[in-house]
Ligand binder design. Structure first.
Ligand code: ADP
Length: 303
């Protein structure tokens, strides 16, 4: 089986009554991929503290390769706070750059993980500093040099994406990606077209293999040069939307790597995205493949 790697922030979020919750977009992504049986590992850094141990243990339990998560003494594990606004938008407060997460580097363990990797997934939010950008770009270079592939989720978090080279890095990652997974308005950050059809055409013409537009409760639409495949979402009670896009992306990329047809990859991805929103906490809605398949067998598709 192909091996999937991501690099970036590993964080904790506070919980309302219980918690803290393991978090960080690439950590959620790799956790969900591993839970589906996809060989997957993460390059990142945590502090030598209980928050860091919580993250590593959770990822290990989900089946992820945690060998390239560095543990730093003297630096705390990164943190994220999410505020849910009445208009359904979210505001994030992060402590990443000055936390252990900011010490991410392509060390010997990361180099070893990448040597066995076939695919790299990059989250835009993981390009939070010059140092983090260097790690992401070098991971892409390593994997591409041996014929591997790249997926990219812009996951725009303006609160942390302030590195001077960030915009250029986003464009560089997109230019090397096979799979592009934007949600909402993110599509238009990378295209001069102002309508969805025009933007998709422009981006496919630039060399992407496929674009998967995430559409919240409505599901997702896949585009490649042969046409489009739409897949409606599953009807669930949304408790917490954080992590849905990461779980969706992990499932889509894992099945794409396994050679699944777009409709099948979308079905599993929509199910993982829907399950993710049914639990408070970004990684609490990650389920193994058997549970996702059982959900699909009994779940109700939204009209
Ligand atoms: P992101 O989290 O990246 O902004 P979306 O909000 O579009 O992306 O969510 C990603 C995917 O998760 C959707 O394409 C869908 O499959 C699933 N999803 C998100 N919200 C819901 C919901 N309320 N009900 C069912 N599925 C959902």
């Amino acid at each position: 089986m192909k091996k999937l790697v991501s690099a970036g922030e590993i964080l904790v979020e506070p919980g309302p009554l219980l918690g803290p919750y393991p978090s960080g977009a690439p950590a959620i992504f790799i956790g969900q991929a591993a839970a589906l049986g996809q060989p997957a590992g993460l390059i990142g850094a945590v502090g030598d503290d209980d928050f860091g141990r919580l993250n590593i243990e959770r990822l290990r339990t989900l089946g992820a390769d945690v060998s390239a998560i560095a543990v730093h003494k003297g630096h705390a594990t990164g943190t994220a706070f999410v505020t849910y606004r009445a208009d359904a938008s979210r505001h994030f407060v992060f402590n990443i750059r000055n936390s252990a997460a900011g010490l991410i580097e392509t060390n010997a363990a990361a180099t070893k993980l990448l040597a066995g990797a076939d695919h790299v997934h990059v989250m835009g939010s993981s390009l939070f500093s010059d140092r983090a950008i260097a790690v992401a770009l070098s991971a892409i270079e390593t994997v591409k040099a041996k014929g591997g592939t790249v997926s990219f989720d812009p996951n725009i978090r303006r609160e942390i994406m302030q590195a001077s080279g960030m915009r250029e890095a986003l464009d560089q990652v997109l230019a090397q990606a096979e799979i592009f997974l934007p949600s909402g308005e993110e599509l238009f950050l990378f295209s001069s077209a102002r309508d969805e059809k025009g933007a998709v055409e422009e981006l496919l013409a630039r060399g992407l293999s496929c674009i998967v537009l995430k559409k919240g409760a409505a599901g997702a639409v896949y585009h490649d040069r042969h046409g489009a495949v739409a897949s409606s979402g599953f009807a669930v009670d949304e408790v917490d939307p954080t992590g849905a896009g990461d779980c969706f992306g992990a499932a889509f990329v894992s099945f794409w790597l396994g050679g699944a047809a777009p409709a099948e990859a979308l079905l599993i991805a929509n199910a993982c995205g829907a399950l993710a929103v049914t639990r408070k906490g970004p990684m609490e809605g990650i389920f193994p493949l058997e549970a996702v398949e059982a959900f699909i067998a009994t779940g109700k598709n939204t009209p």
